[in-house]
Each structure stands twice: as C-alpha cells, then as structure tokens.
Design a binder for this molecule. Structure first.
Ligand SMILES: C[S@@+](CC[C@H](N)C(=O)[O-])C[C@H]1O[C@@H](n2cnc3c(N)ncnc32)[C@H](O)[C@@H]1O
Length: 227
C-alpha cells in the first residue's frame, strides 16, 4: 500500500523527472502515449480556446496547437520544472501561454471551449477538479480527462503486472524514475478515477462519453456542458 495520498505523490514523481519525461513516457508505453493523445485530439474540432491542465512538458499542448492553429491555449501545471520545460520547448508558439497553478485551486478568471487533462485525474479529488473545470468552461464546452487504468481482463492483468515488475528492475538503471515505477502501479490499481469522475460529471448534469483504450490500459472520459 502507498502511505501518501495520490496528491502527495506528485512532488515525489515530478520534482526531478522533467528532463527525461518525454522519452520515458514514450518508451514505457511503447509509443501508445502518442496514440492515446491522438484519441484525445479526435474529440477536438473547432474550439477557439483550450485549457490544458497538468500540461507537464507540453506534449499534448503542442499537439492541440498543431491541430487547431488559431486556438488560444493556456497550459497549467503545479510543477515548476515541468512548466519550464514546456515553455522552453514551445517558445515559438505565440498562441500558447503557461500558468503555474494547482488544478484543484484553479483561478484563471476566464472560460474555455475545452479543458483537457492527460494523466491528471488519478491525483485529484473528482468533485474538486470537475467543479473547478465547470467554473472555467463555456456552455457547450467539453472536459476531456485521460489517465491510466488497470485492465479488467485477467490475462491482460497478468501481462500488466509482469510488465511493471520489469519496469521496477529498469528503475535500478534510471534512479530518478525508480520510485515512480514502484508507486505508480499501486496507484493505478487502487484508483477508482473513471467511476468517480463519470458519476460526478453526471451529477453536475454533463453528458458523458467513455472510451477504453489499448486493452484497458488507459481511458478517456468526455463530459459536455449542455447548459
Ligand atoms: C505524467 S505528467 C503528464 C503531463 C502531460 N499532461 C502529458 O500528458 O504528457 C503529470 C503532470 O501532472 C501535473 N500535476 C499533478 N497534479 C497536479 C495538479 N493538482 N495541478 C496541476 N498539475 C498537476 C504534474 O506536475 C505533472 O506535470
């Protein structure tokens, strides 16, 4: 069991990993991270303003800017190192700005057509995050949440558990990521983020849509604010 709350894991995971994050996320998901982000982008069409919560090093932020060249994007992240990396990588994009804030205490004083968050939901309290998103969302706008999930199929679970054992061993060679490879599988197995966010979105009157990806290794939930 992990002693800390999911939120306490955030500095532990991210204070020292921004330089290698892009490589590690691509490598550890066998490139599936790109496919999952492509599926997030499929939900976007003609939005003019997008808020990318937990933008990290800006992987998804950049892809949104490339899909929607006229969009205005704000990337928000709680971890300064990650945000610095995103600023450095995306400094040529005039339509992207970055803000260092906690998504659970979000206060940007404006509303957006869409709010995206990849790999954020499991660290947050569903009710707090959805409420904050709704305060920043235009009517007709979408909240798109994506994160890891523990597969439901028994055989796939066995593969998943074996894979994280291998990652644990890999952690001895990548010390900055060692603790992530220990705690992340426990967090993914114990979180109920999909059920909690879906329920909260429905309670707030959002129209929801759920999509399981790659044998249930991750999931996207879309909530549309209809009034
Ligand atoms: C695994 S990274 C994902 C980055 C990016 N979304 C991506 O898909 O590549 C998770 C990010 O969530 C950020 N984060 C975690 N909790 C947060 C919170 N409460 N508010 C804002 N950012 C948060 C971390 O700082 C980290 O940069």
């Amino acid at each position: 069991m992990i002693k800390e709350s999911p939120k306490d894991l955030v500095p532990k995971f991210f204070n020292n990993t921004s330089n290698s994050y892009d490589r590690i996320v691509n490598w550890t998901t066998f490139g599936k991270d790109s496919f999952w982000k492509h599926e997030i982008l499929e939900q976007l069409s003609n939005e003019r303003t997008v808020l990318d919560l937990a933008c990290g090093t800006g992987i998804l932020t950049r892809q949104i800017a490339e899909k929607l060249p006229n969009v205005e994007i704000i990337g928000v992240d709680i971890t300064k190192n990650y945000l610095e990396k995103a600023k450095e990588k995306l400094n040529l994009y005039q339509n992207i700005s970055f803000v260092n804030q906690d998504a659970e205490k979000l206060n940007l004083g404006k509303k957006f057509d869409c709010i995206t968050a990849s790999y954020l939901p499991k660290y947050c309290i569903a009710d707090v995050l959805v409420k904050n998103c709704l305060e920043h969302l235009n009517v007709g706008g979408k909240i798109i949440l994506h994160d890891f999930t523990y597969p439901k199929n028994r055989l796939i679970q066995k593969m998943w558990n074996f894979y994280f054992k291998l990652l644990f061993l890999a952690g001895f060679f990548i010390p900055n990521w060692k603790q992530v490879f220990v705690d992340l599988p426990i967090l993914i197995k114990t979180t109920n983020w999909v059920r909690e966010y879906e329920e909260i979105m429905k309670n707030y009157g959002l129209k929801t849509y759920k999509q399981d990806l790659t044998w249930g290794f991750s999931t996207i939930i879309v909530g549309t604010k209809i009034d």
